[in-house]
Ligand binder design. Structure first.
Ligand code: ADP
Ligand code: GLC
Length: 491
């Protein structure tokens, strides 16, 4: 019998309740997989204004009607309600504190395009409230599994402020790093406001780097174990300052507690055989129906349909990480390959403007939707022939794995989780499931695009690779077992 543990899984986003990127998908599908393996797992996230109470049937929890949270000299009163991740038995607690989380946006104020000025206060309060919640519930997890900077102060709080409270004795912490570039870095003048200024200097040092408060640093230094979302990224962040984003030395000092565990895919959500967002379902043994989705996608994006013209899909946050400078620099050459391109994304203004212009300039070849649209994301996965992810760095990346299952062959740059999941067909025709380039240059990307477009014209070969891609299995089971082993080691 495998050991089963009590785990509190905490995150600032969980699909389908609130999502800005892959973090949300992982923080929904990994807890489900851990539950399947028999662990007593509960999830906690903030109750943002955008989360519909009715749609998800949020219920009151009597013990959690008033959760006292101290931040320095101020006492705040939060509360929490609960629901289940849809189609599962995983319980989620939603931390309610309207002054901080009543807004619709998660981190960035849509009105200004900038981070909320009180993000440090918001996620410090969330972190403290999580600890107060389990105490009120009298439910003592063996492990608190934290994700990214928003919950990275929890290990630090347990090691210091909560160290003398017998309720928390023996609780271990694991911090999963989904992206080293988001660190929760704030001006030092917030220390008093978030209630940690009264600690002795050596403890405060654990939260400071480059003269700023840094939540991620605190977590990296004090969590019992660290994971990141792919084996290659685990290496990259310890070997290269750019990947380590200024925290490489700390990561190196924790090398023996740092594991790279590849994210998985929730095939109950990402499956072309049953996906409710698709007009036509298909599978590895019956790929022919895929083309109906292509027709539908092109009609929706107001592009003309031609069977032989490959459609390149992109679904992404529009940020530098994702390689959009390569795409924008080379757009003319990309489209000269006689393909069409469909982009779904939101993010930096410069890319939004560029893509709007491109759609005007190439009305038959290029279309963009600058929205967050879950359904369209699924349709692009199904309706495209090729999926492009030329990331500068990529901790794991989920879309390339979704693309494999949808028979939409990915073109990726060889970095992080992309390197761990995609094999170049030209370099390895027996195992290849996509197209890979290494150098971060427009030319290297164009070469991979040429290879893909050329192979696409050879329908027999293309079908063979598609079948291979669709049969690949990146389900969570294996990775969830690895988490189980780390929990065991800590406990
Ligand atoms: P990251 O977490 O860095 O954004 P991932 O590849 O891990 O990258 O995950 C991205 C997730 O966000 C995928 O589920 C993708 O479909 C989704 N996504 C990104 N942008 C959008 C958008 N504009 N509309 C809908 N889904 C999006
Ligand atoms: C981050 C990374 C992405 C990863 C996701 C989920 O947002 O950018 O590569 O897949 O987290 O772990």
């Amino acid at each position: 019998m495998k050991n089963k543990y009590r785990i509190l899984f905490v995150s600032s986003e969980v699909t389908p309740f609130a999502k800005t990127g892959g973090l949300a998908d992982v923080c929904s599908s990994l807890p489900k997989a851990l539950f399947e393996q028999g662990h007593d797992i509960r999830v906690m996230m903030p109750k943002y204004g955008l989360i519909s109470e009715r749609k998800y049937v949020l219920r009151e929890v009597i013990r959690l009607k008033k959760i006292p949270v101290w931040m320095g000299k101020d006492e705040h009163h939060a509360s929490a309600r609960s629901a289940f991740i849809p189609e599962s038995k995983v319980q989620v607690y939603f931390l309610e504190y309207k002054p901080y989380f009543g807004r619709n946006d998660l981190y960035v104020d849509a009105a200004t395009g900038k981070d909320f000025p009180d993000n440090a206060d918001r996620f410090m309060l969330f972190s403290r409230a999580i600890l107060e919640t389990i105490k009120l519930l009298h439910w003592q997890p063996q492990v608190i599994h934290c994700n990214d900077w928003q919950t990275a102060m929890i290990p630090w709080l347990l090691k210091h402020e909560y160290a003398d409270d017998p309720f928390f004795k023996g609780i271990k912490t694991l911090l999963s790093i989904h992206n080293m570039t988001y660190q929760g870095s704030f001006d030092k003048n917030i220390l008093t406001r978030i209630g940690i200024a009264a600690q002795e200097p050596s403890l405060i040092d654990e939260t400071i780097i480059y003269d700023r408060v840094n939540f991620l640093k605190a977590g990296l230094m004090t969590a019992d174990a660290l994971t990141t979302v792919s084996p290659t990224y685990a290496q990259e962040i310890q070997q290269d300052q750019t990947f380590g984003a200024g925290l490489m030395d700390i990561l190196r000092s924790r090398a023996k507690d740092l594991y790279g565990i590849l994210n998985g895919v929730d095939y109950s959500v990402w499956n072309p055989e049953s996906d409710p967002s698709l007009p036509a379902h298909y599978s590895a043994n019956d790929i022919e129906q895929k083309i109906e989705n292509k027709k539908h996608l092109l009609a929706r994006m107001k592009l003309p349909f031609a069977e032989q013209t490959p459609v390149i899909g992109v679904v992404s946050r529009l940020v530098d990480q994702k390689g959009f400078d390569l795409i924008t620099e080379e757009i003319e050459k990309i489209l000269s390959l006689k393909c069409q391109m469909v982009v779904l994304g939101m993010g930096e203004e410069k890319y939004q403007r560029f893509f709007e212009q491109a759609a005007k300039k190439y009305p038959d070849q290029f279309a963009v939707s600058l929205t967050f649209d879950e359904e369209l994301a699924h349709l692009i996965e199904a309706g495209s022939d090729i999926f492009l992810m030329p990331s500068r760095f990529e901790p794991c990346g989920l879309n390339q794995m979704y693309s494999l299952r949808y028979g939409t062959l990915p073109i990726v740059r060889k970095t992080g989780g992309l390197a761990d999941t995609i094999i170049d067909f030209v370099g390895d025709p027996e195992r290849g499931n996509g197209f890979v380039f290494e150098e971060y240059t427009g030319n290297a990307m164009l070469q991979a695009l040429q290879n893909a477009v050329k192979t696409f014209q050879d329908i027999k070969t293309w079908r063979k690779i598609q079948k291979r891609a669709m049969k690949a299995d990146f389900s969570w089971q294996f990775s969830a077992e690895n988490f189980g082993k780390i929990y065991q080691k800590m406990i």
